[in-house]
Structures are given as structure tokens and as C-alpha cells.
Design a protein around this ligand. Sequence first.
Ligand SMILES: Nc1ncnc2c1ncn2[C@@H]1O[C@H](COP(=O)(O)OP(=O)(O)O)[C@@H](O)[C@H]1O
Ligand SMILES: [Mg+2]
Length: 230
Amino acid sequence: MSMAQTAVQIENLVFGYKPEQPVLNISDLSINRGARVFIHGPSGSGKTTLLGLLAGVLAADNGRLEILGHNLAAMSGGKKDTFRGSHMGYIFQMFNLIPYLNVRENIVLPCRINRARHDRLQGRNVNEAAAELAEHLGIASFLEKDVTELSVGQQQRVAAARALIGGPEIIIADEPTSALDTDHRRGFLKLLFESCEQNNATLLFVSHDRGLAELFHRSIALHEINRVAQ
Ligand SMILES: Nc1ncnc2c1ncn2[C@@H]1O[C@H](COP(=O)(O)OP(=O)(O)O)[C@@H](O)[C@H]1O
Ligand SMILES: [Mg+2]
């Protein structure tokens, strides 16, 4: 398989927050581009840590990690930041919206910070792109509102729009549905899947709620592939 078809390639990846205490040790993991992948495991099994490694926020102690065919460990800090901004959208568990920016300003942020994300709009105005995503996610009427006025479900949609704008190849989501009830959870996932499919984005979705697994192409039990016993 060519690199272009591989979103994530891991070989013998080892990471610990302290050198003598490994948290993750994964021998092999390969994720195809365009796949919708569910990653689950009990609390403390290393799900957020794995996402941090994939995003290049954490650096592995050992092994290989390639994202879209690129070795993050070989990049300088600045280059890694640019790579992340260009190719990845991240939906955090607590959303991490910027409280002093309104909904629209939060959504367009990645395109303001990162040139590649802006250029992938192909001449479309960033505000138009934000409005289109907001429309699809059902938050169009909130665009000029303060994010602090929104419900949890609405904030989550803003976080999703911010991750999706400028069509990054990889969307990483860390338990984004944990604060939602079952109906809203399914509705949100449907919208997220549609948006990812439109961009042929790879979705790496972490949750401890195994009931969601059936909605994905592939399910990975992190505690089963992680050789470190928690
Ligand atoms: N910043 C950190 N410093 C030290 N240990 C951490 C840190 N973050 C997480 N850990 C530890 O790493 C392990 C995996 O945590 P985490 O990746 O957050 O798990 P999960 O997301 O699956 O709940 C846990 O034992 C946790 O205590
Ligand atoms: Mg976590």
C-alpha cells in the first residue's frame, strides 16, 4: 500500500510520561485514509495519550510514527505545529473554544492561523465556509453569538466545525460526545460522519462508550493492542 493511502502508521511505539513508566507500547497499527475508526478502552488506558502522540503534541520515546507518510519525530517544533494545523482537526473533550471569540470567529480560527487550511478553501471566503459548515451542523443561527451563551451540544458542534474547516485529512476527536445524551450523540455523529465523508477525511474517534462502535468502519480496543498492562 502506498503512503498516500495510509493515514497512520505505527511500529513499536513506546511512550511514557516518566522514562521508567511506559504508558503505551504498541507493536503495529495501520489506519487507512478515509477510514472511520473507533478507539475505545477504559479510563486511564492511554486513549488521550495516543491522540497526543498522533497530533505530535507528545513525542514517542521509541519506535516509528508516521502521519500521512510523514515522520513527526524528524520535524522541528515549528514545522510540527504547521503540519498539525495543515492536516489535522482536533475536537477536544472539553471543546476548548476561545471564550472571547464568537461562534464564527472560533470556527474560522484554523484558517486564520494556518495557510494550508486557508488555501484549501480554494478562494472561498472563510466566513462563507464557516457559514456552510454551521448550516450543515445546525448552528447557523448562532454564528454571531458568544460561545459562552451556547448549550453543551451547540458548543460541541462549534468545536466540530472548527476541526472540519479547511478540510484537514485527519479529524481527531477525544470523547466529544461524553457530555451528550444518547439521541444527541447519534445525531452529532451522523453530522460528523457526513462532513468527514465529504472531505474524504480519516476520523479517529475516541470514546469509552462501546455502544458507538457499530457506527464505525473499524474498532480498536486500545487496552488489547497496548502491551503495557494498566
Ligand atoms: N500529563 C500526564 N503526566 C503524567 N501521567 C499522565 C499524564 N496524562 C496522563 N497520564 C497517565 O497516563 C495514563 C493514560 O492516561 P490517558 O491517556 O489520559 O488515558 P485515557 O484517555 O484512556 O483515560 C494514565 O495512567 C494517566 O494517569
Ligand atoms: Mg482521555
